[in-house]
Design a protein around this ligand. Structure first.
Ligand code: AMP
Ligand code: MG
Length: 486
C-alpha cells in the first residue's frame, strides 16, 4: 500500500530461495543531510519530493528508518573480478524494496553505503561522498544520453567519516534500477550446484525482464540470447559516446542490460582505443577498445552458468551456449556500425561505410583528436577546427564523406538533424566532474555539481550555454586517473 511519501513497495525478491539473499536493516548514521536530490526521477517513481526532504523521508534515504518497517535485503552474488572468480554479494548495499510506479513499472530502490552486511567480509559497508556524487553525476548523464543505466535518486551525506587511505566524509546513494540481477547472481546460484535455485532465479529474471521469452520452446535459451542481445546493444552505445566503464567484472554486468556500478568510470577525451582511467587496471584489461571483448567474455560466463538449464544432455547444452555466444559479435557490430553511420549523418547502409568509419577513427587516433568534439565539428561543418585538419589524408576522407552525403536522397538538413541527435554536445568531461566533486567535498558547495547536472540533462541540445562545457583545457588532456568507488 502506498504511504504518504509515495513508497509503494511490492517485494518479489524475497520469494526467491533464501540462499540468494540475507535479510537485514541498514546501520543508522549520525547526521544525515540531503545534498543531491533528483526531482524528476522522484516524480516518475510516484514519490513526494517535499516529504522526502523532511526528516521522516530523509531518514529512509539515510538508512535510519526503513520505509515499510522491516525489509532490507543484501543480495548474494559471485563474480569474476579482473578474471578471478570470487564470492561477493552486497557488502555495502541494501535493497529497501521494489517500488511500483504510478505507471505500474517496478524498480529496485537500493541504498549504497548503508553499513555492513553478511557479505561485507573485511569492509566497513560504507561509501565516501566523492564516489557517490560521481555515480550520481555520471549515471544521470548516461540516462540523458539515452543509454540504459541505473539511476540516482539522492545522495545523503552521513556526518560520519569513512576510513580509507585518509579519513573521508561518508555518504549514501539511493540507486534505482530495473533490478540488481547480475551475471554474478547466476554464477553464484550455479556455483552452489542447486539446480532448483538456479531455475527459480532464471524464472524470476525472465518474468521481470524478458516476459516475452516465457512461452518460447526453450525459454532458458531464449533468455540467454536476449541478455546477450541487450548487452551487445548496451556496449555499442557506450562505445559510441566514448564511455569507459573501468571495472567490467561479471558482477557489474546486469541481466537487464542497464549500465551499473560507476566506480572508476570516465569519458574518453582524445580518441585512443587503449584509454584506461582506473588506477588498478594496470594491464588495460578494461580499456575502451577492449570493452566489447570483455562483455563477450562475461556473457560466456553467464552462458556457462545457465548450462544446466539449456538442455538435459550436457554436451548439447554446451553447444547451445557456444552458439549463442557466437551471436554476440554480429549483434554488437551491427549496432555499432548503425550508430556510427548515424553519427556521420548516413541514413542507409553501403558497403564502403565500414572503410569510411574505420579510416576516420584511424585519423582521429593519429591526430589525437577529441572524440566527442570531432563528431560535433563534423555535425556543424567545422571540420577545419578539429585536430584532423592537421593530417594530409584528412582532405581525401572529407571529400569522400561529403560525396557520400550528397548521394543520399535525404537532404543536408536531414543529415545534420540525424547527426545532432547522435553526437552529444556535452559529456561529463573529467575536469568538469572533478571541479564539481571538489567544490562539493572540499567546500560543501553543491552549486557546481547542480549546474553540471543541468547542462548534462539535455546533451543533444547544442545550445550556446553548453559551449563552455564542451572544451577541454590543454592542461587536462593527459593522464586522468580514477580510483575505485570505495
Ligand atoms: P565493486 O567494486 O563496487 O563492484 O564492489 C565489489 C565487491 O566489494 C562487492 O561485493 C561490494 O559489495 C564489496 N564492497 C565494496 N566496498 C565495500 C565496503 N566499503 N564494505 C564492504 N563491502 C564492500
Ligand atoms: Mg559491483
Amino acid at each position: 500500500m502506498t504511504n504518504k511519501v509515495g513508497w509503494n513497495f511490492d517485494n518479489s525478491y524475497e520469494q526467491l530461495p533464501r540462499s540468494l539473499f540475507s535479510v537485514q536493516g541498514p546501520t543508522p548514521v549520525q547526521a544525515p543531510k540531503l545534498v543531491l536530490f533528483n526531482d524528476a526521477l522522484a516524480k516518475s517513481l510516484g514519490l513526494n519530493r517535499d516529504l522526502l526532504h523532511e526528516s521522516e523521508g530523509l531518514e529512509a534515504l539515510a538508512g535510519n528508518a526503513i520505509p515499510n518497517g522491516d525489509y532490507g535485503l543484501a543480495q548474494a552474488y559471485a563474480g569474476h573480478q579482473f578474471g578471478n572468480f570470487t564470492m561477493l554479494g552486497d557488502g555495502r548495499a541494501l535493497l529497501l524494496g521494489e517500488q511500483i510506479t504510478p505507471q505500474g513499472d517496478r524498480f529496485d530502490i537500493q541504498l549504497k553505503g548503508s553499513g555492513r552486511t553478511a557479505f561485507s567480509r573485511g569492509g566497513d559497508g560504507r561509501a565516501a561522498l566523492g564516489p557517490m556524487l560521481r555515480e550520481y553525476l555520471i549515471s544521470e548523464a548516461m540516462h540523458h544520453l539515452g543509454i540504459p543505466t541505473t539511476r540516482s535518486l539522492a545522495v545523503v551525506s552521513t556526518g560520519e567519516d569513512v576510513r580509507r587511505e585518509t579519513n573521508l566524509p561518508g555518504a549514501i546513494l539511493t540507486r534505482v534500477a530495473a533490478s540488481h540481477l547480475r551475471v554474478g547472481t547466476f554464477q553464484y546460484a550455479a556455483g552452489r550446484g542447486d539446480a532448483d535455485d538456479l531455475k527459480a532465479l532464471a524464472h524470476y529474471a525472465i518474468d521481470r525482464h524478458y516476459p516475452e521469452v516465457a512461452g518460447a520452446e526453450n525459454p532458458s535459451l531464449a533468455f540467454l540470447q536476449s541478455v546477450i542481445k541487450r548487452q551487445a546493444e548496451l556496449i555499442a552505445r557506450w562505445q559510441l559516446v566514448g564511455f569507459v566503464h573501468g571495472v567490467m567484472n561479471t558482477d557489474n554486468t546486469t541481466i537487464s542490460g542497464e549500465t551499473i556500478d560507476y566506480g572508476p568510470c570516465a569519458f574518453m577525451d582524445v580518441y585512443d582505443p587503449k584509454t584506461v582511467f582506473s588506477s588498478i587496471d594496470v594491464q588495460g584489461r578494461y580499456a575502451y577498445g577492449n570493452q566489447p571483448y570483455m562483455v563477450n567474455w562475461n556473457l560466456a560466463r553467464f552462458a556457462e552458468s545457465l548450462v544446466p538449464l539449456l538442455h538435459d544432455e550436457q554436451e548439447q547444452a554446451v553447444k547451445l551456449a557456444q552458439q549463442s555466444i557466437e551471436e554476440f559479435k554480429h549483434v554488437y557490430l551491427n549496432e555499432w556500425f548503425t550508430g556510427m553511420r548515424k553519427k556521420l549523418g548516413l541514413f542507409h547502409e553501403q558497403e564502403e561505410d565500414e572503410k569510411l568509419i574505420e579510416s576516420l577513427l584511424k585519423l582521429m587516433e593519429e591526430t589525437k583528436a577529441d572524440y566527442t568534439n570531432t563528431f560535433r565539428a563534423l555535425t556543424f561543418g567545422k571540420q577545419e577546427e578539429t585536430e584532423l585538419a592537421a593530417s594530409d589524408q584528412f582532405g581525401d576522407w572529407n571529400k569522400q564523406w561529403l560525396a557520400r552525403l550528397d548521394a543520399q536522397v535525404e537532404s543536408k538538413e536531414e543529415a545534420q538533424q540525424l547527426m545532432k541527435t547522435h553526437n552529444p554536445a556535452v559529456i561529463p568531461r573529467n575536469h568538469r566532474v572533478e571541479e564539481a566533486l571538489e567544490a562539493a567535498v572540499e567546500r560543501d558547495d553543491y552549486s557546481v555539481a547542480k549546474k553540471l547536472l543541468v547542462v548534462l540533462s539535455d546533451p543533444y541540445a547544442h545550445s550556446e550555454e553548453q559551449e563552455a562545457f564542451a572544451h577541454v583545457p590543454k592542461s587536462c588532456k593527459n593522464g586522468y586517473v580514477t580510483y575505485c568507488g570505495t
